[in-house]
Design a protein around this ligand. Structure first.
Ligand code: EPU
Length: 421
């Protein structure tokens, strides 16, 4: 089992420039979208992270050919071998469910394992299923699988009962090949969805209302190939912002879209962190001696992202006063807190709230990573904890961060990956 070892230092100074990779959560639906056409889809700025390789394994099972070199990926699905996303793959990565919409729309059939719960919450699929049924598909839930079938999907009006990123993406992709117009209401508005829309439009889709809560999609008979540059990963960028706030000295974060991070930047500035926008794609962040506690409540975009909750909690351990962190998106996303307690943080969890009392000096300890963002938060805490912090089950980090340790080391951190001990 792999471990990460961080040699922390309360007076660590992170300096230099770090380049943000392409967004994991934008590239996964983009890869699934390539199922909508028999032509090639060329994606640039693709992060080489484990989730990308998991979805590519699934795509290959389905019949796709692909070629990935550096950060450039070419995917082509000339014909399909299988309609099925196995439990093994869906369990490894819930975003596998994103193949359901495109498969159903192009081939009239899809079989996808029900994901079940995961480390961060129960994560049902009712909103996806309800939407496909409204488009005319018949859905059976049997033996742990969603079995969907349809003749050509029929455009209709679908209003999501609650905001769902994956549900919006799945229904959006399916609607592109449906007959007539589909109106999607109460859509999630995350930048990754707008990025998917841009790709779909290049592939021939007709979408009105990109980035808005209501989208109108005029179905087309056939989609074509396209080339698309994936947006920067706002969560990776946000993770570096927190690293800079904890230990940065004019740390520059490049290849970022500051407009995708407005709420995070605002909260950090209220807390006293110095963040400068050097230009439309670079931010500079420096540690300040005095930070003020801030409350956050996670909510759908443009609200505070749940994927930044764990990292922000680490920052609040270094702020004076009490912060209340409210998690509204996932029902079990506080697993990093028990690990942060081991480093000396003062946090109490009650229901959907974590109450952080700062400022507390952190001291290195052995910890366990439970999911992707929890792992990132432990690395951040380890950077400023005195002595050594180890993180077991480090593989969680590799699902969504491209070379996080290497990037932090290039700025002055001391992080090592240990294969086996
Ligand atoms: N939900 C339902 N029914 C559904 C679908 C979702 O009740 O049919 C609930 C979920 O249980 C959750 C909430 O709605 O409580 C939001 O789920 P959503 O569908 O928006 O999340 P997702 O599409 O499964 C994506 C990201 C997550 C990110 C969330 C929220 C990808 C591949 N994943 O998940 O990313 O936390 O949106 O922003 O885009 C991560 O990168 O670490 C990560 C977990």
């Amino acid at each position: 089992m792999e471990k990460i070892k961080i040699h922390g230092d309360q007076s660590l100074c992170l300096k230099g420039t770090v380049k943000v990779s392409g967004a994991k959560n934008a590239v996964l639906p983009a890869i699934a979208a390539s199922l909508l056409t028999k032509e090639k889809v060329h994606l640039k700025n693709v992060p080489q992270v484990k989730d990308v390789f998991t979805i590519l394994t699934l795509m290959k099972d389905l019949g796709a050919a692909y070629d990935i070199e550096n950060n450039s990926l070419c995917v082509q699905v000339e014909k399909i071998n299988s309609y099925e996303a196995s439990y093994q793959l869906v369990r490894a990565m819930r975003a596998s469910i994103l193949v359901l919409g495109p498969l159903l729309a192009r081939y009239g059939k899809a079989v996808v394992a029900l994901p079940g719960g995961c480390a961060i919450g129960s994560r049902p699929t009712d909103l996806h299923i309800h939407g496909f049924e409204k488009l005319g598909a018949s859905i059976d839930l049997e033996h742990g699988y969603i079995k969907a079938e349809s003749n050509r999907l029929q455009g209709t009006k679908i209003e999501f009962e609650r905001k769902t990123v994956g549900g919006t993406e799945n229904l959006l992709m399916a609607s592109c090949l449906a007959r007539g117009e589909t109106i999607l209401k109460n859509c999630a508005r995350e930048p990754e969805i707008a990025d998917l829309c841009e790709l779909l439009i290049k592939m021939g889709a007709k979408i009105d209302g990109v980035g808005e809560e209501t989208m109108r999609i005029k179905g087309t008979d056939e989609m074509g190939g396209a080339s698309h540059h994936i947006i920067p990963d706002r969560i990776e960028a946000g993770t570096f912002l927190i690293a800079g706030a904890l230990a940065g000295d004019s740390l520059v974060i490049s290849h970022v879209r500051p407009d995708h991070l407005r709420t995070v930047i605002e909260k950090m500035r209220y807390s006293g962190v110095s963040i400068k926008e050097i230009n439309s794609h670079s931010l500079e962040v420096s540690k300040q001696e005095y930070l003020k506690a801030q409350d956050i409540t996670t909510s759908p975009y443009p609200g505070f992202p749940t994927d930044m909750q764990a990292q922000f909690t680490v920052l609040m351990t270094q702020a004076e006063g009490t912060s209340i962190i409210t998690e509204t998106i996932f029902d079990r996303r506080f697993s990093h807190i028990n690990e942060l307690l081991r480093l000396g943080a003062n946090i109490e969890v009650s229901g959907d709230k974590a109450v952080v009392k700062g400022k507390t000096p952190l001291s290195g300890a052995e910890t366990t990573a439970t999911d992707l963002r929890a792992s990132a938060s432990l690395i951040l805490a380890g950077l400023i904890a005195s002595g050594e912090t180890t993180i077991t089950e480090a593989h969680h980090l590799d699902r969504g961060y491209e070379n996080l340790e290497r990037k932090l080391n290039s700025l002055g951190a001391d992080i090592k990956r240990i294969k086996k001990e």
